[in-house]
Design a binder for this molecule. Structure first.
Ligand code: IMP
Ligand code: MG
Length: 180
């Protein structure tokens, strides 16, 4: 159960303007790299939904969008390493240029699982774009091709990212103290 301390207004880690600027830079970089190709943009639900909506609106190449639901945390603040698919993609990815958009790479176990399972569908290429990476928490080697921000090991919320289901609507990235 979250403590009342943890449900207080989170402190700001990345303000809205910084988020928006970085999202635009990522979109520009992706638009340049994929010029002349058609992309399948995959949003990892739920955490990436706001990041995804912002970034794809600025990517200037032909694109279709897919949504992959995974759940790895439940209401806990540490990764279990177990990944459950809650919503699968029905469209074939074979021969397609796939970019996976995720919110956070913490241990890396979730993204690594996702990339491996999507590779089995034989895309022509697959890259990943993550809003935040916690380099000190990585437990597995996982390739992040486009990184928004490298952050410490703080527990972050907002801009689509939750703690116990809360805080997804904050326009900034905030952090809350770890419970003991
Ligand atoms: P990983 O498998 O440890 O890399 O965990 C990745 C997933 O855990 C992310 O996609 C998030 O859904 C969740 N997660 C990791 N760190 C945080 C955090 O600081 N706040 C909220 N969710 C997090
Ligand atoms: Mg996630």
């Amino acid at each position: 159960m979250p403590t009342s301390e943890q449900l207080k207004q989170p402190k700001i880690l990345i303000p809205e303007i910084k988020l928006q600027n970085r999202v635009s830079e990522l979109a520009q970089e992706i638009s340049m790299d994929y010029r002349g190709r058609e992309v399948v943009a995959i949003c990892i639900l739920k955490g990436a939904f706001i990041f995804f909506s912002d970034v794809i609106r600025q990517i200037d190449v032909p694109m279709t969008c897919e949504f992959l639901g995974v759940s790895s945390y439940g209401n806990k603040m540490v990764s279990s390493g177990e990944v459950k698919v809650t919503l699968d993609i029905n469209e074939p990815l074979e021969g397609k240029h796939v970019i996976v958009f995720d919110d956070i790479v913490d241990t890396g176990l979730t993204l690594s699982y996702i990339l491996n399972s999507l590779k089995a569908r034989k895309p022509a290429s697959i890259k990943s774009c993550c809003l935040m990476v916690k380099p000190d928490s990585l437990k597995t080697e996982v390739e992040v091709d486009y990184t928004g921000f490298k952050i410490g090991s703080e527990f972050v919320v907002g801009y689509g990212i939750d703690f116990a289901g809360q805080f997804r609507g904050l326009p900034y990235i905030g952090y809350i103290e770890h419970g003991h």
